[in-house]
Ligand binder design. Structure first.
Ligand code: IVH
Length: 720
């Protein structure tokens, strides 16, 4: 590879152009991000531009310039607030994207310090905005934003309005000092605030006023809330603060380490960064970073990394600053959760209640370490409000396990030919017309027998939040519908009578060889499925109610309804007012239940479920005490039983009050072992637990009192 210095003029000219282009772009994006709170590109894309500029400036030192964005931080302060000069510059942080980079940073420090090991502190890198707070004689006298690092905006009145920021300190603080921290908006507060804005917008639009823009993320929301001209608005915003540093202090009474400083500051009433931890060496600091990467979503606030800091303040001073970054701290960055990509198509699928759900088919992109190809788009209004079109470059975001969201389009990259998206006039599955429901802004398929609705309803019925029929997933349901083995949820309970037919389906059955011929018959998979179907019968009223898929009826209100009315019939026959009167239910859910019960087809489904033996009444333990003679016992079942399936046996033991576990431990009362019992039996033997056969299982279900007899019998032999 030729060195850049040795390359010709032509290359330098292009490098110069690119450097200028990058600087202009970065400054513009910086302004959009910091001053306007309305970024156009993702953080990851911004980091890439920044890294490219850094690389070019390193390769072509003659192009370096002191006013390059690589030498300054953020955007210069805006116009609306007074300017505050920082007594000590507010710095930025270098990044480490992997273990090698983190170790490289530590090694460079080790070379400078001429020592190998020392302690570190790790803290969450909170995604908010940096604030410097000056306290004089225990009172907050000035608060400033970071601005460009040298001067920021005076936001004292706004910070005084934030409850988490102490106006008066406790204890015995130094007479004059500055602390620095991150003001942020917790995720829950952010969601609630955006929901409020959306609600206010409905009113504004109805009155012909312009809608307020929703905040794109908690960071922008925090920044926007702090930079309010009217501090009383700031006061209403759900803001919090994490103090992470002592900026400066006139008295030399401060602790010697960063770790002690955090403790010291909290004595004055400051909320320091949560979950800070001290580590003896870089290996342990790295382990902490890796752990954070796995649990980044567990915090109430958004984190964009972990800050690793040299603990000893003397060492920090020795290491000093280079450019805009200290050598004594670095940001361990998480893989980005935002990225930009292209919306190739906007497609729709049909939901359980017949909703037509639009989603974006994306050019594949990695977000937060996961390859993403689809993102939800909610409904037509949402698409129009965000103005997302096919062909658009969009910013997408993944938060936790949640399906990725399209945040916004990048309007500058919109193709000229682009047109607003429209909802298809017909259902993509059955071809019936789509209709819009004025109540909830959703479009629906007008065919109530749409095959997609059936498929989704059965998936919902069998799902874990409802009847929990393991082994009956999307694929199996599609197959059963296609073969016309089921037509609705009640048909699921006819499957145990169709064991043979099911066995012959290659993807369900078990391959066997008979007389040189390969064929399929009912095997373990089908037995498990039928067992799960059987067990689901005693899942209980609340889950059954959820499984029916009545609009708005979910886990929580289903439980309330079950407890209040006691049986499915009572719920479905209750007058609307009685339903609405239940705490936590209300008129919308009540109406939806009444509407559902008006439909004769739904009653035939209910009757067939009841006839199949699906439990549709609450088992009241207080009113009519159900006998639970096996209470206090905990059994584990293993192997195959001839008389009944394992799930069935488990359900029956549970109904007698026993606990049923999946693994053997010293708390297990006894192991019921059928044929071909394996490792559980060995473990039970090793623990000296009673091991009982199928005969005993059948007997105990008839006469549970025998358990205590057998247990006392077992003791003497165990004692030998
Ligand atoms: S220490 C000299 N600790 O990240 C470095 N910063 O990219 C001083 N930030 O400007 C910063 N959480 O706004 C530090 N626990 C934390 C932080 C944190 C968030 C922000 C801060 C800083 C930026 C640097």
């Amino acid at each position: 590879m030729s060195t850049p210095r040795a390359s010709g003029d032509a290359e330098q000219i292009t490098a110069r152009d690119r450097v200028e282009q990058l600087r202009a772009e970065i400054l513009r994006h910086n302004h959009l991000y910091h001053a306007q709170n309305s970024p156009e590109i993702s953080d990851a894309d911004f980091d890439a531009l920044f890294a490219e500029l850094q690389r070019l400036e390193a390769d072509f030192p003659e192009l370096a310039s002191s006013d390059s964005p690589t030498q300054t931080v953020g955007a210069p302060p805006g116009r609306t607030f007074a300017v505050v000069e920082h007594r000590r510059r507010m710095l930025s942080l270098g990044n480490a994207f992997d273990a090698e980079e983190l170790r490289g940073w530590q090694q460079r420090a080790a070379d400078l310090l001429d020592r190998e090991e020392w302690a570190f502190v790790t803290e969450p890198k909170i995604d908010g905005l940096a604030i410097a707070l000056v306290y004089e004689r225990g009172r907050l006298v000035q608060a400033a934003t970071r601005g460009d690092g040298r001067a920021g905006e005076d936001v004292t009145a706004n910070l005084r309005a934030i409850e988490a920021v102490p106006n008066e300190l406790e204890g015995d603080p130094p007479p004059l000092f500055e602390v620095r921290g991150e003001v942020y908006m917790p995720k829950a507060g952010f969601d609630a605030m955006n929901a409020e804005i959306a609600l206010a917008n409905e009113e504004r639009l109805a009155e012909g006023r312009a809608a307020l823009t929703l905040y794109a993320n908690p960071r922008n929301a925090a920044a926007g809330s702090v930079r309010q001209k009217d501090a009383s608005v700031t006061a209403t915003r759900p803001l919090n603060i994490g103090i992470y540093q002592l900026g400066w202090c006139d008295e030399a009474i401060t602790p010697d380490t960063h770790w002690e400083t955090l403790g010291w500051l909290s004595e004055f009433g400051f909320l320091t960064t949560p979950e800070a931890a001290r580590h003896d060496d870089i290996d342990n600091a790295l382990t902490a970073c890796e752990r954070w990467t796995e649990r980044r979503d567990t915090q109430a606030f958004e984190m964009d990394g972990v800050v690793v800091k040299v603990d000893d303040l003397g060492l920090q001073a020795d290491l000093g600053i280079v450019g805009r970054e200290p050598r004594w701290a670095i940001a361990w960055k998480f893989p980005p959760q935002e990225a930009s990509t292209v919306v190739e198509r906007i497609l729709v699928n049909v939901g359980r209640t017949g909703t037509i759900n639009p989603y974006a088919r994306l050019r594949p992109v990695r977000v937060g370490g996961v390859q993403v190809t689809n993102a939800t788009l909610h409904n037509l209004d949402d698409i129009h409000r965000k103005d997302i079109r096919e062909g658009d470059t969009v910013v997408i975001r993944r938060a936790g396990e949640v399906i990725p969201q399209v945040v916004r389009p990048v309007l500058e990259r919109r193709p000229e030919s682009s047109v607003p998206w429209t909802m298809p006039a017909t259902c993509p599955v059955c071809g019936f017309d789509t209709v819009r429901d004025a109540d909830d802004a959703m479009h629906y398929c007008s065919n109530r027998s749409c095959p997609a609705i059936l498929q989704r309803s059965l998936e919902h019925f069998a799902s874990r939040g409802a009847m929990d029929i393991r082994g009956l997933g999307e694929r199996q349901i599609a197959l059963l519908l296609q073969l016309e083995l089921v037509h609705d949820a009640a048909d699921i309970y006819t499957l145990p009578g169709k064991r043979e037919v099911l066995g012959r389906i290659p993807s369900l059955g078990q391959k066997v060889k008979r007389g040189g011929e390969e064929m399929y018959e009912a095997g373990k998979r089908i037995e498990n499925l039928l067992g799960a179907i059987e067990a689901s019968k005693s899942r209980g009223l609340a889950y059954l109610l959820v499984g029916l898929g009545i609009r708005h009826v979910g886990g929580e209100n289903a439980t309330l309804l079950a407890e209040e009315f006691g049986s499915l019939d009572a719920i479905l026959l209750a007058p609307r007012e009685a339903l609405a009167d239940v705490d936590g239910v209300g008129p919308i859910i009540a109406q939806s239940i009444v509407d559902w019960a008006m439909d004769g087809e739904h009653w035939s489904l209910v009757h067939r479920l009841q006839a199949a033996g699906v439990e549709d009444e609450i088992q009241r333990t207080d009113e009519e005490p159900v006998e639970t003679p096996l209470e206090g016992n905990r059994f584990v079942l293993t192997g195959r039983f001839a008389e009944m399936t394992r799930p069935e046996a488990e359900a029956r033991l549970k109904s007698l009050g026993a606990g049923v576990g999946s693994s053997v431990s010293k708390n297990t009362t006894a192991l019921f072992a059928g044929d071909a019992a394996g490792s559980k039996r060995k473990k039970a033997e090793a623990l000296g637990l009673p091991i009982w056969d199928e005969d005993r299982l059948v007997t105990v279900l008839q006469d549970p009192s025998l358990v205590s007899v057998w247990l006392t019998e077992a003791e003497p032999s165990e004692a030998i």
